[in-house]
Design a protein around this ligand. Structure first.
Ligand code: SAH
Length: 244
């Protein structure tokens, strides 16, 4: 069954954009997923096709009107999660990505200007999702990020060689370092253990490196890893090292 992505945007020409190439592009051609980018402006009702207005209470910038956004969302009210990309949202996680990829698809609302009138977010019970603590000029790049993360998990998109089961975040660990040929590059050798042919030793080294890197860089992930480890729920973490 095709995973359906619908995007509401003032700039439909931004889609599929980078998702028309590589893994996602081939999957789009094979109808593993489908994409409909709908122009919010086509739901405007006045002669000037206005979609925004000045904020009540004053202040800088413009706000997207609730009536226009509501009309744009109406056609997509089919049970798929309706997501508004916004820096105020819950940070996107691999866990949420997995759940979305396992479902029928997603409806993504891209804001512009200062954002969207609060009332339509509440009335439509939009799920608010952020892709990080920084401000984009619009929700479109955020929608592309969310879609990319979901599409690669759809059945048949990634090859076995790129299995998602063992990668960063799957086991609360960041991935271990990778090395390829040449074995000596500008005088820098690769770790001996990787040339040893001992699968057990390689796995142990990779696990130790993944732990070291996670501890150094991401205390938050490290705490989660330790919590799962000590409560005996670290089945995946204990069995498999983080992989690419
Ligand atoms: N005034 C808002 C920012 C508006 S940026 C604030 O301070 O929170 C314009 C639009 O870009 C937003 O409506 C949202 O759709 C999108 N956007 C910006 N940063 C984002 C982020 N980190 N994650 C997801 N969407 C984002």
């Amino acid at each position: 069954m095709t995973w359906r992505a619908s995007v509401l945007t003032l700039f439909p020409a931004m889609f599929p954009g980078p998702l028309g190439t590589s893994l996602a592009g081939r999957a789009l051609e094979r109808a593993v997923w489908s994409l409909e980018a709908r122009d919010i402006r086509s739901f405007a009702t006045d002669r000037h096709r206005t979609v925004d207005d000045t904020p009540f209470g004053g202040g800088a910038g413009m706000v997207m009107r609730p009536d226009i956004i509501d009309a744009a969302l109406a056609g997509f009210d089919d049970g798929r999660p309706m997501i508004y990309l916004t820096p105020r949202g819950r940070p996107l996680s691999q866990q949420r990505v997995r759940a979305l990829a396992a479902g029928p698809g997603a409806v993504l609302l891209c804001g512009r200007y200062e954002g969207i009138d609060e009332r339509v977010i509440a009335a439509r019970r939009l799920e608010e999702v952020s892709i990080g603590d920084y401000i984009l000029s619009g929700g479109e790049p955020a929608a592309l990020v969310l879609l990319d993360a979901c599409i690669r998990l759809l059945p048949g998109v990634m090859g076995a060689a790129e299995s998602a089961d063992e990668e960063s975040f799957a086991s609360f660990l960041l991935e271990y370092p990778h090395y390829t040929r040449p074995a000596d590059w500008q005088g820098h050798a690769v770790p001996d253990v990787l040339l040893s042919g001992h699968h057990g030793a390689v796995a142990a080294w990779r696990r130790a490196e993944a732990e070291r890197i996670t501890r150094d860089r991401r205390p938050d992930l490290w705490s989660a890893y330790q919590a799962h480890h000590t409560t005996g729920q670290a089945g995946a973490a204990a069995a498999a090292p983080a992989a690419p």
